[in-house]
Design a protein around this ligand. Structure first.
Ligand code: ZN
Length: 226
């Protein structure tokens, strides 16, 4: 196990990893966005949090704002001609496909850091409807039963504020065998979730939602964000 030093390092030539340490010991949280290049609100939420100088109150916070730069540049789910990075886990460092090598680099980071929480920020074109599969916006998705209590409490907190009924959040069990979240939770026993906003809202609102969810997840796991 080798912890990354505080500061910025590279997981990949164009994938910076931000490592921040809080003033007191605590758990480690790893937040990642942009694994699908057309789901931009999470990317911009993490970039805004970094620009605001937000830092963990305790423990360690690791942030990867753009996990799949080639897909993000194209604003498409996958890089042009590429694989779905979120179906390439745990990856293979010797594979020909760059997505498989990038997934392996991320898994090595996870094994080194043993985070208590891994969250990946996504977006969905479909408003969540229990009758429609798949539909995700807005949900905290988990792939290994039972639903972590942290996710249920974050959803409860998000739904406390009165507002647009379409902003209601749910937890959703939706396992995907080769997704980053499920492979990491299976390997590490940590809490993992995909945060899914609904693209029916305008971009600033979706960014604000992602920032609020990240804050609540980090508060709930004991890392915080100040
Ligand atoms: Zn996605």
């Amino acid at each position: 196990m080798s912890l990354r030093p505080e500061g910025i390092s590279l997981l990949w030539p164009t994938v910076p990893l931000y490592v921040m340490e809080g003033p007191v010991p605590g758990p480690t949280a790893l937040i990642q966005a942009g694994i699908h290049g057309d789901e931009i609100a999470g990317v911009h939420a993490l970039q805004e949090l970094l620009e605001e100088g937000r830092r963990p109150a305790a423990g360690r916070l690791l942030v990867v704002p753009v996990m799949n730069p080639a897909a993000y540049r194209a604003r498409t789910r996958t890089a042009p001609g590429g694989l779905d990075l979120n179906r390439c886990f745990p990856g293979d460092p010797d594979a020909e496909a760059p997505e498989s090598r990038l997934a392996a680099a991320f898994m090595a980071l996870v094994r080194d850091e043993a985070p208590a929480l891994v969250a990946t920020l996504h977006e969905s074109k479909e408003r969540y409807d229990p009758e429609v599969t798949p539909s995700f916006g807005q949900t905290l998705v988990y792939g290994v039963e039972p639903c972590p209590g942290l996710l249920a409490s974050v959803v409860d907190g998000l739904n406390e504020a009165p507002g647009d009924a379409a902003e209601r959040w749910e937890t959703l069990y939706y396992p995907v065998a080769t997704s980053s979240t499920e492979v990491i939770v299976d390997a590490m026993g940590c809490i993992g979730t995909c945060v899914e906003t609904w693209m029916g809202f305008d971009e600033p609102r979706r960014i604000a939602m992602h920032k609020e969810v990240v804050q609540r997840l980090l508060d709930g796991i004991g890392v915080g964000l100040v």
